[in-house]
Design a protein around this ligand. Structure first.
Ligand SMILES: [Fe+2]
Length: 385
């Protein structure tokens, strides 16, 4: 079966590679760049080190420090305004998914006229922006290698939308696990489960392909092995390095295979209750895997094999789904992922969650057709678990 492989972002990977940002910018011909990050990363002192490294090579630096979670469209305009005034020839995004998505979107406006809202969704014709370097400081989103940005469209009911396509991706991702060392345990767990969901959903997606399987399976096994270690001891550089690689591989995996029900539910819980993204995607993942198991026999077996559960062809898809569900429940518990009840969500709100989630974009990539009743049952089971 034919498929697309669009994930061509070059990557410089490894501890301390962030200290090559200046050199790489210089090699790419940049003399004047805009750094994009949020206040949390600023307080952690992460951008300063990289900015110093860049300035040491004589490259001019402007900064946009106003990145917000679920980046609203107007923040993109604010950042782009600074970039245009300074006439920058490169953008550097440092941080989690929001910072990297903001940097991607600002870069679009370096090559295309405002407002950013004109370019939401697939298929918008975009001219290339400037050089774009992305440095993740979490291990989850995979945004450093994907060809999309997720933004909040304040002109359309605060819907999550975003530009996508090959002109959106980074010129270079610099994935330096050292930048993730300071991440507190709950954020390590939440973002790590985001990576897990990207991979498990990609492998079982209706649009899975041979390449996304390879990348997704590897990401799943690395998350299962190293996420508990990274949560327990944030300074474990080996665990952090494997998690950085897992998040990146999962990003490559879902870029073309796309996610499905975990993210449909996750986006809805995130916008209704402000639950951290990875936790919101993962908390019903056991029930989702059981629900889809028989519609994707190969997919569910692959997920189980990658988790080390021995779900080869001798195991029925239904049993494989059960094994995978039990193992994800155990993983969620081990790393302290909160349940729906622990988030104080009223069971009476679940029908609203289900009816909103079914209309979220990723739901259409579920390997099993789904309606809001199915999602309600999934949510109720997750609630009771
Ligand atoms: Fe995600």
């Amino acid at each position: 079966m034919p498929f697309n492989i669009n994930h061509l972002s070059p990557v410089l990977f490894g501890p301390n590679m962030a200290m090559r940002t200046g050199m790489r910018l210089r090699d790419l011909g940049c003399t004047n760049v805009l750094f994009v990050y949020d206040q949390g990363i600023k307080k952690a002192g992460i951008p300063d080190k990289v900015i110093d490294n860049v300035r040491a090579l004589g490259i001019k630096v402007s900064v946009y420090e106003g990145v917000q979670a679920d980046p609203p469209d107007y923040t993109i305009e604010e950042g782009a305004e600074i970039g245009r005034k300074a006439k920058v020839d490169g953008i550097v995004g440092i941080g989690g998914g929001s910072s990297m998505d903001t940097a991607k979107a600002i870069n679009i406006l370096m090559g295309n006229p405002s407002p950013i809202n004109r370019y939401m969704g697939m298929g918008a014709v975009l001219k290339p922006g400037k050089v774009l370097i992305l440095l993740p400081t979490t291990s989850g989103t995979g945004a450093e290698v994907t060809t999309m940005a997720v933004l909040t469209d304040t002109t359309d009911n605060n819907k999550k939308k975003g530009p996508s396509g090959n002109t959106v991706r980074a010129t270079l991702a610099i994935v330096d696990p050292v930048l993730t060392l300071g991440m507190p345990p709950p954020i390590t767990a939440d973002t790590g489960m985001d990576a897990f969901c990207h991979a498990a959903e990609a492998v079982t997606s209706g649009q899975a392909n041979a390449m996304s399987d390879v990348l997704g399976e590897r990401a799943i096994s690395l998350v299962c092995k190293y996420l508990p270690r990274a949560v327990k001891d944030g300074s474990d550089l080996e665990a952090r390095t494997h998690m950085s690689f897992a998040a990146m591989s999962a990003g490559y995996a879902f870029n073309d295979a796309i996610t499905h029900l975990g993210h449909a539910i996750g986006h809805t819980l995130g916008s209704m209750f402000h639950i951290p993204h990875g936790n919101a995607c993962a908390l019903a993942m056991p029930e989702i895997m059981e629900f889809i198991a028989e519609s994707t026999p190969d997919g569910i077996r692959r997920v189980g094999m990658a988790m080390g559960l021995g779900t080869d062809d001798s195991v029925s898809p239904k049993d494989a789904g059960k094994k995978v569900a039990d193992a994800i429940r155990a993983l969620n518990k081990e790393i302290g992922q909160k349940t729906l009840k622990q988030h104080n969500i009223d069971e009476a709100s679940l029908p609203t969650v289900a009816s909103r989630a079914v209309s979220e974009g990723p739901a259409m990539f579920s390997p099993k057709r789904v309606d809001s009743n199915d999602l309600l049952k999934i949510l109720q089971k997750a609630y009771a678990a």
